[in-house]
Design a protein around this ligand. Structure first.
Ligand SMILES: [Fe+2]
Ligand SMILES: [Fe+2]
Length: 314
């Protein structure tokens, strides 16, 4: 058995957060150097932790009850299972060896997220709905793009909610910290994905680019429609049947309450999300493009809201 000491763990953690391409000078989107940079970013910053070494802290009765009551476990486990299948299916279509390795690693990490969540569920005796099958998608590229853009939306808000959970002390920090590597991994995934979109588009023949952009637009329409369904609480039926309980789907709205920051306004929540998103991605080479659609939209919406309250400050 390999015993990892604290120094080795923090070195692996740091290596996952800070990365600069060896290439000097500007990196043009769509170039070979660009492809090498976003693929190497993902491969070089991989944190090799094993889900089995996660030491689940003993919780007192109330804390455990709060954790079990969080309405997220079914949807979280199933989202990771689906993401793994979708990303790995796309990897099989990729001819370029470096890009393929990077997409495979992305899929492996999704599987590992699912493993960590499953271990947590088992450790605390959380009951899950029976897990559905994760079928191979008919159009792997579409499925990869749905997962990629979904992660761009979900991770942005998850970063903020995670920071609020840390601040509120609603759950013990030993437990919250268990999710830190997963959060950072999702940050790397959306960075990788945003660069893949730009690179892929520029490497298509001119006549195929509008088709690809149409596909991007269709994915967004699908995701917005799906999320409107989720907000209304009808979401389980919108995507492939997730088998999740309806209360799962309101998590985005009730999320700040669930992490112990119930008094926060939407404006405050947006500010925390923007700040956390910036922090999470700040360690990576700034010549890589940023996933900026959601932050831009939120900054725009933020202009119509009032100033932050004192409650939002750390
Ligand atoms: Fe994931
Ligand atoms: Fe991911």
């Amino acid at each position: 058995m390999v015993i990892l000491d604290d120094a080795a763990l923090s070195a692996a953690d740091r290596a996952a957060r800070v990365w600069t391409a060896a290439e000097p000078g500007p990196i043009n989107p769509g170039s070979l150097a660009h492809k090498a940079a976003f693929c190497r970013m993902l491969l070089d910053t991989h944190n090799p932790y094993k889900p089995s070494i996660v030491d689940w802290p003993v919780l007192d009765r109330d804390t455990r009850a709060r954790l079990v009551a969080l309405p997220i476990w079914n949807i979280a486990v199933q989202t990771e299972g689906k993401a793994r299948m979708r990303v790995l299916s796309y990897a099989e279509m990729v001819d370029d060896p470096l890009l393929r390795r990077a997409v495979e690693l992305d899929g492996f990490e999704e599987g590992r997220h699912k493993q960590v969540l499953s271990n947590l569920v088992e450790a605390y005796g959380i009951e899950l709905a029976p897990e559905p099958e994760y079928p191979q998608p008919r159009d792997p590229q579409w499925a990869f793009m749905v997962t990629g853009f979904s992660e761009c939306i979900d991770s942005f808000f998850a970063f903020g909610l995670f920071a609020l959970a840390k601040r509120s002390g609603f759950f013990p920090s030993a437990l919250v910290e268990t999710f830190e590597p997963i959060m950072q991994e999702e940050g790397r995934h959306i960075l990788f994905f945003a660069n893949w979109v730009a690179w892929h588009k520029r490497n298509l023949p001119l006549w195929r680019r509008p088709v690809f952009m149409g596909k991007v637009l269709a994915v967004w329409v699908f995701l917005v429609w799906e999320r409107i369904g989720l907000v209304r609480g009808y979401g389980g039926a919108v995507d492939d049947a997730t088998g999740s309980a309806p209360q799962d789907n309101n998590f985005t709205l009730t999320g700040s309450k669930a992490v112990g920051a119930g008094d926060l306004s939407l404006a405050d929540l947006f500010d925390v999300c923007l700040e956390e998103n910036e922090k999470r991605l700040s360690g990576y080479d700034d010549r890589l493009l940023r996933p900026n659609f959601v932050p831009r939209l939120v900054r725009f919406a933020r202009r119509f809201m009032r100033r932050p309250t004192a409650a939002a400050s750390p």
